[in-house]
Design a protein around this ligand. Structure first.
Ligand code: 0A1
Ligand code: ZN
Length: 874
């Protein structure tokens, strides 16, 4: 991203291709960075020890140092002023006579003016950095690419009163004070790293400290740095960090490798967190948690993100990426690792269901839209646009399939080989696959297509049964849909965990792993006296869409009997999806609608009454499929009809099962607060019961929800009740909203909730509320959390976003245009919802497209927004 050089409309941006990778001409084994820190004028002196790369193709190439919006004050080579350099665009290109030199460059930057939050920026009086992917070049000139690894020595000097804490990567070496009120600290990181992992923090922060001793006996000092007052909310993050360190030793054999591990939480952050070596920087949202201000979901998110960043120390830092096309090498693998960790810490089936829900809500639409790309993309204009659900979540699913194919022990042998072979290197996805192949001793030749082909494969299933021979034949057909730039696809390797249930005994004779490798393939199974009930893609063993003509009876059977909890959930979802899709498509007469609802109601009642289920799992089973996932089943989709049918079903279920929901709410409300699974399950169900009841009886439920709100001794109950109230037109709504705002006025993360609950609500005026909230004194475009709280919640609220007159689309387009000059990275994230116009009914599609065209016609756009908009219009 490049704010100074945001490009005029007619500008055609450069496209970077994976195939064009060349090794760097120069390496930088060591770098010394000297910062004199100041909020508005920070001086940077960088001394690079450079040497020609023996592996370079051109042995005479000049030294090319990337920059972005910075100016070189002085250029010295081997300590002498040097004139043989020139600017080529933003890059500084130096002619160097020999094969090894020392290059010193000075730059001056203004962190306060850095609203893009990339590079060195100010956040509420402190200074911090975000360098991934290409932020380092906004600090100093450098070969800013992940395959140039350097040892960093960093000197930080700043006013001591203003910036009492000075942190960088690695270990502290020395520190001191000067007579002028300044102080300084020197940090050294012994591990060579790419520039994107560099970090510094300076400010007034307080630590929460703990200690961890690694398996081989290294004592590691742990510290989480936050603003004074927030240190009471760091306990969960610290416990999560320690648990992550233990888990990575046990499960992947990975130990921590420095004497110090620092985490800093900042309020202004473009993403969730960043794995800078030895100095992780976090969005406060993923560190701060206590029961009064954080929901159970927030607790899980903190645990997952702390683990994710910690796990990057091996999958990302010790073994990094050769180039940004390999991003899924570190992200897909690290997401898998954090998912496995969270599963081990809580309920594995519930975690699996949550992960699949995220995949279906965020990644499936990406795969079926104009921004579809393989987990290893072939080209990009702006790399920031590729931090996607595809690279992260589908990337994790692809590696998870390797675990299914290899089994856990052999997969571990593969990862051991990978870490051992590539430690200290900048590796590729191909390196990873080869290491798994060799270590696990499996053949992944065809499997590699998962790295090459975009689009969610569809698997059509037909089951036939021969009563004479007792043979069951499964005929499978896979289709990988065309995606931009990839019209013809090859068959994938699709591992499907499958069971065939006997419908009388309710059992199956063991699970089979079916591996579909051809376009069409048949699998046979003997010994079935009766036609069995098919349970396929159990545990969601492959990230595909299964199209199986299952009867309502079969789905009800699986929802009640399947011994794979994910498959139970899936049967329940499928039961509802089939019904709602038929309803939206107008295929249901009154009788069929009634019959469908009764089947769903019966299955739901059985789940509510099933004493063998824990409440966390029950909470998953009673959840209706989301509108985004339903929309995926329809092309083109009328979002208003999807919304209306889903709400009508919810209201019917609320009415029909009212006594059960009420009893459930009463039972759960009596469970005292604790963080154990039973109490969490009760909290989850409590609000779900309210959701159904509110759809059926808004007025009565407003009282019940307000009572839950008033009685709440924790944020989960409070937020759940407020969420329900926000969707209702009742006096309790304003009352609770005002109370919530007043009670949490000094907590930014909670005020974010206040914004997003209103923007995401079922209230018919939600869009008007958003437009009004944009003028609220607490709203600002300069804080990404606040922007997302208001506008992402709205873009994900189908009734508001898809308002028939196009006002929702206009609101998002206006936001993109207003935000782009401030923060192009965050602005670009809002393009995708508009980009889905091709799959929406023609009236709305035209309105969505018109907004994209309006954005495209803006006189200047960031490279980030320009790429997303132009791809969405292609
Ligand atoms: N590597 C981080 C993600 C990240 C990416 C870009 C950022 O700035 C725009 C910040 C963080 C992770 O996976 O956690
Ligand atoms: Zn990551």
């Amino acid at each position: 991203m490049n704010d100074l050089a945001s490009q005029p409309a007619q500008f055609t941006p450069a496209v970077i291709h994976r195939a064009d990778y060349r090794p760097p001409a120069w390496l930088v084994p060591d770098i010394a960075l000297d910062f004199v820190l100041d909020l508005t004028e920070t001086r940077v002196s960088a001394t690079l020890d450079v040497e020609r790369n023996p592996a370079a193709q051109d042995a005479t190439a000049p030294l090319r140092l990337n920059g972005d919006g910075i100016v070189a004050g002085a250029v010295l080579v081997d300590g002498e002023p040097h004139n043989a350099w020139a600017m080529e665009g933003d890059d500084l290109v130096i002619d160097l006579p020999g094969s090894a030199h020392q290059v010193t460059i000075e730059t001056t930057i203004n962190p306060t003016a850095n609203t893009q939050l990339s590079g060195l920026y100010a956040s509420g009086g402190l200074l911090c950095t975000q360098c991934e992917a290409e932020g380092f070049r906004r600090i100093t000139f450098f070969p800013d690419r992940p395959d140039v690894l350097s040892c960093y020595t960093v000197t930080l000097t700043a006013d001591k009163a203003q910036f009492p804490v000075l942190l960088s990567n690695g270990n502290p070496v020395d520190s001191g004070e000067e007579d002028d009120g300044s102080h300084w600290a020197i940090w050294h990181d012994p591990w060579p790293k790419p520039s994107y992992l560099f970090a510094l923090v300076a400010g007034d922060l307080v630590p929460t400290r703990d200690r961890f001793t690694t398996a081989s006996g290294r004592a590691v000092d742990l510290a989480i740095w936050v603003r004074a007052g927030d240190e009471t909310r760091t306990g969960h993050a610290m416990r999560s960090l320690i648990a992550s360190m233990q888990w990575d030793e046990k499960v992947y054999g990975r130990e921590y490798d420095l004497d110090l591990f620092n985490i800093v939480a900042v309020s202004d952050f473009n993403a969730g967190a960043m794995e800078n070596k030895g100095l992780n920087i976090f969005n406060t949202r993923y560190i701060l948690a206590d029961p009064d201000t954080a929901t159970d979901g927030d607790y899980d998110a903190v645990e997952g993100v702390v683990a994710h960043e910690y796990f990057h120390n091996w999958s990302g830092n010790r073994v990094t990426c050769r180039d940004w096309f390999q991003l899924s090498l570190k992200e897909g693998f690290t997401v898998l690792r954090d998912q496995q960790f969270s599963a081990d810490r809580g309920s594995p089936p519930v975690k699996r269901i949550e992960d699949v829900r995220i995949l279906r809500a965020a990644q499936f639409p990406e795969d079926s839209g104009p921004l579809a790309h393989p987990i290893r993309p072939d080209s990009y204009q702006e790399i920031s646009n590729f931090y996607t659900a595809t690279v992260y979540n589908k990337g994790a699913e692809v590696i998870r399939m390797m675990t299914v194919l290899a089994g856990p022990e052999r997969f571990r042998a593969g990862t051991d080989l990978y870490f051992e072979r590539h430690d200290g290197q900048a590796a590729t996805c191909e390196d990873f696959v080869t290491a798994i192949e060799e270590g696990a001793q499996i053949d992944l030749a065809q499997f590699r297509r998962w790295y090459e082909q975009a689009g969610t494969p569809r698997v059509d299933v037909a089951l036939s049964h021969d009563p004479v021979s007792g043979r069951v034949t499964l005929a499978l057909k896979q289709t990988v849909p065309p995606t931009p730039g990839q019209s013809v696809k090859q068959p994938m390797v699709i591992p499907l965990r499958t069971a065939l249930f006997d419908r009388q005994s309710g059992t199956h004779g063991g699970e089979h792993l079916i591996v579909l490798t051809q376009g069409q393939q048949q699998f046979t199974f003997e010994g079935h006296a009766r036609p069995p009930v098919l349970s396929i893609n159990r545990g969601f063993s492959a990230p595909v869409a299964i199209i199986a003509p299952q009867t309502v009876e079969d789905l009800v059977f699986l929802a009640a009997h399947d011994d794979d909890p994910f498959a139970r959930y899936e049967a329940m979802q499928q039961l509802v999806v089939q019904h709602l899709v038929a309803a939206v498509e107008g295929r249901l007469d009154d009788d069929a609608r009634e019959a469908g609802r009764k089947a769903i109601g019966g299955a739901l009642a059985a789940i509510l009454a099933d004493a063998g289920l824990d409440d966390l799992m029950r909470g998953e089973l009673v959840m209706l499929p989301g509108e985004a996932y339903l929309a995926e089943q329809l092309n083109p989709v009328d979002p208003a009809r999807v919304h209306a049918e889903r709400e009508a079903l919810k209201a019917w279920l609320g009415r029909e099962l009212a006594p059960a929901w009420t009893a459930l709410h009463d039972r759960c409300a009596a469970v005292p607060f604790s963080l154990d699974a039973a109490a969490r399950g009760a909290r989850k169900l409590k609000t779900q019961a309210l959701v159904y009841l509110a759809a059926a009886d808004p007025q009565g439920t407003a009282l019940r929800a307000k009572a839950q709100y008033d009685a709440a001794d924790n944020m989960t109950d409070r937020q759940g009740a407020l969420m329900v109230l926000c969707g209702l037109d009742c006096p309790q709504r304003e009352e609770a909203l005002d109370h919530f705002h007043a009670r949490f006025a000094d907590n930014r993360l909670v005020i974010d909730k206040w914004f997003s609950l209103q923007a995401g609500s079922l209230h018919p005026d939600a869009l008007a509320h958003v437009q009004a909230l944009a003028h609220h004194p607490d709203f600002t475009l300069t804080n990404p959390n606040r922007v997302r709280a208001l506008y992402m919640a709205m873009a994900a609220n189908p009734a508001a976003f898809h308002a028939a007159d196009g006002a929702g689309y206009r609101t998002i387009a206006d936001l993109i245009l207003a935000l782009d000059p401030i923060n192009g990275n965050v602005a670009a994230r809002f393009v995708a919802p508009l980009g889905r116009w091709r799959r929406v009914e023609p009236g709305r599609a035209a309105l969505m497209r018109a907004e994209l065209e309006r954005i495209a016609a803006a006189p200047r756009l960031s490279r980030d927004v320009r790429e997303q908009v132009s791809k969405s219009l292609e």
